[in-house]
Design a protein around this ligand. Sequence first.
Ligand code: GLV
Length: 309
Amino acid sequence: MALVFYSDSDRFEPWRDALTAAVPDLEVRNWDEAGDPAEIDFALVWLPPQGALQRFPNLKAILNLGAGVDALLKDPSLPKGVPIVRMVDDDLAKCMAEYVLLHVLRCHREQPALDAQQRAKQWRIVASPAACHRRVGVMGLGAMGGEAARHLLAVGFDVASWTRSAKPMPGVEGFHGAEGLAPFLARTEILVCLLPLTAETRGILDRDLFRGLPRGAYLINAGRGGHQVEADILQALDEGQLAGATLDVFATEPLPADSPFWTHPKVTVTPHNASITNPHSAVRHVVESIRRVRAGEPLRNVVDPAVGY
Ligand code: GLV
């Protein structure tokens, strides 16, 4: 059995070592040394070039190295009928939840304004309410959003969620569907986007949505750049409708040097590193998928291309 590996960054060796330690009879080949395409059973990939996967005629599963599969699904030549498995891993979700908690707390305690005061040697006390009086709204309650909501609840925030269909979670006020969006936004002071990127959610973070938030709300987007209309974010910041934005994802990545986000005083930029799949914890999911294919058992976390995640 052979697996081919592709990632946009250099992480072949740790994955090869982790996989061969767990499945000694699996040959793990890097993309440029894939050998005979007919020998490849599995592709473990992150952002492979468009059209690249169709050259493996005997592929049994495409295993995505990350949680989001929007980039994969954009490829019209994906081999038909080959299941795509999303990465669902505890550490991946926990790292995302830490990112959300860090930046929600920064907004909640108005740390960006305090940082600016420090640079200006300004002593001005800014009082923040206790977390239970801060209303945080999480869009998307999947593996990532669910863990983020649990972390926020543990600190005592007043948490609501907005999802495509009803998704009850204890302690979280749930809103869903088109009719649930306006009341969700109206009560949300810190908005966290962890939605999958689909035809329905593309461009959802736009001017109309920001207008639905209370004036001076914060935006944290660790979903996808495709969720946000970047010109609308800048306008909402400049008009004061948004007090600040923390963005981990962008329409173009790496973020171009001339992007106004880099230097905007109300924007925090992180380089799409809110949560990165780590072979030490995630290898077991890849191994389990391989075991299931070999045993003829159904795969878990299979993507539904019709829904988009
Ligand atoms: C990262 O963006 C992921 O989808 O895991």
